[in-house]
Design a protein around this ligand. Structure first.
Ligand code: ARG
Length: 466
């Protein structure tokens, strides 16, 4: 992309009203073509649909329409090839494409009939976002399949579950991995719902009030594959809810990935030793030869801040904006493009990192057998014998306290206790402690088959929605 400063005033979209030339400062602040050129495909599709509609209502003769469509094909190839010349007056992708059409064919001068950049940009960005959201969902589904594969691969493995990062109750590793998977299912649902909501064509709203020409907005909507057409012209050009919806869904997906990242960071530490990352998905230290660092997981954690920033920054831009279009709205694209790009880099990297990680199931098992981890099951065992839970909790709590303060083996204390003894010891054994939970969706090795099946079913359903 090159800039040619010499070809100026007559090229501006509003030169009729203006005799003074735009200053450099204005142009430099105002321009958006450096980033909105990303929407050239959508802008060209929008122009094709608009031109066909103009032909239907008699603005274009067949041959003029043909020449505009050919010009648009040519421009598409030029931009694809990267050999385009940008003028300072080419404020944005819409201005650029309209100028080129007009240079190629005189029929270009009628292309903007009944159209404003306000409905044009809203249309382009909806088309762009619909597609981008679909691509992110595709990446998220692939990530989920890797989580599922890892859960299947480690089906018999257990680790201590944590609350407050303190060992709580033993859980199957697959159950833990799929807990992350279910969070991402909700992200997928949010993204697909957002996509459904944004599937409304704003083209035909004009600058804000519609047009005195008999435009056919429904024809354009159909042509562009939108399911609906706008109901209110002012709302059509002012509405950026779809950007906020997408940024929120992407930020929350980023947050979920940051939580997985945080666990990978902890688990790969010497202190936890629950997993080892493959060389291809970790980095070394420039100074300390022994280091192997989880950079991908840290970047997933770090970049979630940036995704949240994109959302909150854009919400601040929207706040208190008067109707209808205001140039502030040009600030919608960079955060959205950045969020989509950011998440599209994190997802495959996290996926590869998890797929190739070596889970140290022996170390997890060792930690899962720590003496106090069966404490809740012991209290529930007393409940089954008619003891009120609050009393049972206190009985086991006292034993734990004695074990710690007197340095006594917890199992021996359980064995000696008059209400507990042999039978209670049995539930602390490896064979029963990992299968003791019987409730719906609970963390038991006996229930992993159901977990895997349900999750896999969810993935298939979401794939169909895509
Ligand atoms: N580049 C502008 C944007 O992204 C296009 C719309 C310009 N409309 C206008 N009235 N100046 O929002």
């Amino acid at each position: 992309m090159t800039q040619n400063p010499d070809r100026t005033v007559k090229n501006s979209l509003w030169h009729g009203r203006f005799s003074g030339k735009a200053t450099n400062e204005l142009q430099e602040l105002n321009t958006s073509i450096t980033f909105d050129i990303q929407m050239f495909q959508q802008d060209i599709s929008g122009s094709r649909a608009h031109a066909r509609m103009l032909a239907k209502i008699g603005v274009y003769e067949e041959n003029d329409l043909e020449s505009v469509l050919l010009a648009l094909d040519q421009i598409e190839k030029e931009i694809d090839g990267g050999a385009i010349e940008i003028l300072p007056t080419d404020e944005d992708v819409h201005t650029y494409i309209e100028r080129r059409v007009t240079e190629i064919t005189p029929a270009g001068a009628r292309l903007h009939t009944g159209r404003s950049r306000n409905d044009q940009v809203a249309t382009d960005l909806r088309l762009w976002t619909k597609e981008a959201v679909g691509e992110v969902v595709h990446l998220a589904l692939s990530f989920q399949k890797t989580l599922l594969a890892k859960a299947e691969e480690t089906e018999g493995a257990v680790l201590p579950g944590y609350t407050h990062l303190q060992q709580a109750q033993p859980v199957p590793l697959a159950h833990h991995l799929l807990a992350h998977g279910w969070a991402i299912s909700r992200d997928i649902d949010r993204l697909l719902e957002a996509r459904k909501r944004m599937d409304v064509s704003p083209l035909g709203a004009g600058a804000m009030a519609g047009s005195s020409l008999p435009l056919d907005a429904s024809m354009v909507a159909k042509d562009l594959n939108f399911s609906k057409v706008f109901d209110n012209s002012i709302d059509a050009v002012s509405d950026r809810d779809f950007v906020a919806d997408s940024l929120y869904a992407l930020a929350l997906l980023g947050i979920h990935l940051s939580r997985i990242g945080e666990e990978v960071i902890l688990w790969s530490s010497t202190e936890f030793g629950y997993l080892e990352l493959a060389d291809g998905y970790s980095t070394g230290s420039s100074m300390m030869p022994q280091k192997k660092n989880p950079d991908i997981a840290e970047l997933a954690r770090g970049k979630s801040g940036r995704l949240i920033g994109n959302l909150t920054g854009f919400l601040a831009t929207l706040k208190a904006l008067p109707l209808a279009y205001n140039k502030d709205l040009q600030e919608d694209k960079e955060p959205l493009f950045d969020a989509v790009e950011t998440i599209s880099r994190i997802l495959p990297a996290m996926e590869g990192m998890i797929r190739t990680a070596n889970f140290r199931v022996d170390r997890m098992l060792e930690q899962s057998l720590s003496p106090y981890i069966a404490a809740t099951d012991l209290a529930e065992w007393l409940v089954k014998r008619g003891i009120p839970f609050r009393e049972a909790h206190a009985t086991i709590g006292e034993l734990v306290e004695r074990s710690i303060s007197e340095g006594k083996d917890f199992q021996s204390l359980v064995l000696e206790h008059q209400e507990l003894g042999d039978e209670a010891i049995a539930i602390m054994k490896k064979e029963s402690i990992f299968t003791s939970k019987v409730t719906h969706g609970s963390a038991s090795l006996d229930k992993i088959g159901d977990q895997l099946r349900n999750f896999s079913k969810q993935i298939s359903e979401d794939e169909k929605r895509l």
